[in-house]
Design a protein around this ligand. Structure first.
Ligand SMILES: Cc1cc2nc3c(=O)[nH]c(=O)nc-3n(C[C@H](O)[C@H](O)[C@H](O)COP(=O)(O)O)c2cc1C
Length: 461
């Protein structure tokens, strides 16, 4: 029998992840602890109590909107700014947990692949094989300018860059050390069998790395690989590399189609689609009654910092949303604002979706009621479990649970929703022993032999 769905707790080490401005409310003040260790220790202990699979720490390496509006919208609002470094907290979180996976986001622009591979191997040792990597290429111009580039590198070139980056790490993780290289034989005085440890001699477009890898193989060698790519280049990258990928799907019906597309892409390169898990975002407001949940949802929406939200959308899309009057009806944006095909096509699809059920929505209403990530579904634990079931029926393998506040909120999920999910067989009640890869896939600690990583090492050793 296949395992119950995967659940990750989703957060950033920042004052506002997606609930822009909510820190101003009494419930939201917990976010001031974003730079302290203790609140995150509480989070991982709670997630482990609820038998969630992993903590998923997202990250960016720049400000979203320096080039939009007055350039200060997200800074003023503390919207995904500042950002502490996910890798710095993982040892501590691993130390206070036993089973929880720890997925960290790291950008190909922020770290050289040699030092990054070293860092992740070290963390995989310290956590007994519970590390995952969310591979991202960055979508922020300011991020690129922080690392010496004029501006953001073009979309498909970023994926080509990411592939070389991964190939370097695969060579270090999978091929530099043969199995059996660790001898530790006091009698002969041989700690490592030097004939089984190899330089990788990578010479590519962006990187030259001699090796060998300077950390001994960790329990998983390569960390579990997460990725989110919806474009053709992103999907090609996902089916070649990812073990867990995020779907762009807004509804279970679209998930069904997106999974079919992804599986066809996987088959076209000879990959067994069952080795690739799919996740979607699960964003809820929980109430003991539907009415209570709706009240809490309204409270969230009433307290959104619109400047932070708009700056966040501008930076993420590369489109200047600050120049749009928030009270403009969507159809006016669609028909009159000359903003380029990309924007117009967004407005067209929003208007066509008739989110207002016959009533015209304004841009502000759309952003706050529909585009805002947290709290999309307001309901009782039973209603949330019904909703989960519809996604599972569509073939989705799991969820990134989006909290209202990244700190403090998780007890609500674990105490009220998890038991209902568990009762219905929609969440695990115990952890499987072993590494994160074994827990998620049940096929051992290492990447499957058919993975692309095995082929990049030919000639090493
Ligand atoms: C659940 C989820 C988490 C993501 N986390 C990050 C992140 O932490 N940092 C980042 O730079 N991009 C993040 N992204 C963006 C993706 O890496 C990617 O840029 C996006 O899905 C667009 O891919 P595409 O250009 O191939 O369509 C995330 C996307 C999703 C759906």
């Amino acid at each position: 029998m296949s395992r119950p769905p995967i659940y990750n707790g989703f957060l950033h080490l920042t004052p506002n992840h997606h609930s822009h401005g909510y820190w101003r409310t009494s419930e939201g003040q917990v976010q001031h602890g974003y730079k302290d260790l203790d609140p995150y220790i509480d989070v991982v202990r709670t997630l482990e109590r609820g038998k969630l699979d992993a903590l998923f720490i997202a990250d960016v390496v720049g400000v979203y909107d320096l080039e939009y509006g007055d350039g200060k919208g997200t800074i003023r609002a503390g919207s995904q700014f500042p950002e502490n470094d996910p890798a710095t907290i993982v040892s501590a979180l691993g130390y206070v947990t036993e089973h929880l996976g720890l997925a960290i986001t790291s950008n190909i622009i922020q770290d050289h692949p040699f030092s990054f591979a070293r860092k992740l191997s070290s963390l995989d040792h310290y956590t007994d094989g519970r590390i995952a990597w969310n591979i991202v290429t960055s979508y922020l111009s300011n991020g690129f300018r922080n690392f010496g580039y004029e501006d953001i590198v073009s979309h498909d070139e970023r994926y080509a860059w990411a592939q070389e980056y991964l190939d370097v790490t695969y060579k270090l993780w999978e091929h530099s050390w043969e199995d059996g290289a660790v001898v530790r034989d006091a009698e002969s005085g041989v700690y490592f069998d030097a004939d089984k440890i190899h330089t990788i001699d990578h010479r590519g477009e962006r990187y030259s790395v001699q090796g060998p890898h300077i950390v001994e193989p960790s329990p998983q060698r390569t960390p579990v690989l997460f990725q989110a790519g919806n474009s053709p280049a992103g999907r090609a990258f996902a089916v070649r590399n990812a073990e867990v990928t995020f779907l762009p799907s807004f509804t279970p019906e679209s998930a069904r189609k997106d999974i079919a597309t992804l599986q066809a892409d996987a088959r076209s390169i000879g990959r067994d689609p069952s080795t690739l898990k799919t996740l979607v975002q699960l964003s809820t407001v929980i109430g003991s009654t539907e009415e209570e949940a709706r009240r809490k949802q309204q409270h969230l929406r009433d307290n959104i910092d619109f400047g932070g939200l708009v700056g966040f959308y501008s930076g993420g899309s590369g489109i200047d949303f600050t120049s749009i009057d928030p009270e403009t009806p969507l159809s006016v944006l669609r028909d009159q604002v000359q903003l380029g095909e990309h924007v117009r096509s967004i407005f067209r699809s929003i208007v066509d979706a008739d989110l207002g059920h016959g009533r015209e929505l304004t841009w502000r209403e759309y952003l706050i009621d529909h585009a805002l990530l947290p709290g999309k579904l307001a309901g009782t634990p039973e209603q949330i479990a019904d909703h989960v079931q519809t996604w599972v029926d569509a073939g989705v393998d799991g969820f990134n649970v989006v909290p209202i506040t990244t700190l403090g909120w998780w007890d609500e999920w674990v105490d009220h929703v998890v038991p209902v999910l568990q009762e219905r067989g929609l969440a695990q009640t115990e952890y499987t022993e072993g590494t994160l890869r074994e827990k998620l896939f049940g096929r051992g600690d290492r990447l499957p032999a058919s993975h692309h990583a095995t082929t990049v090492g030919s000639g090493i050793g």
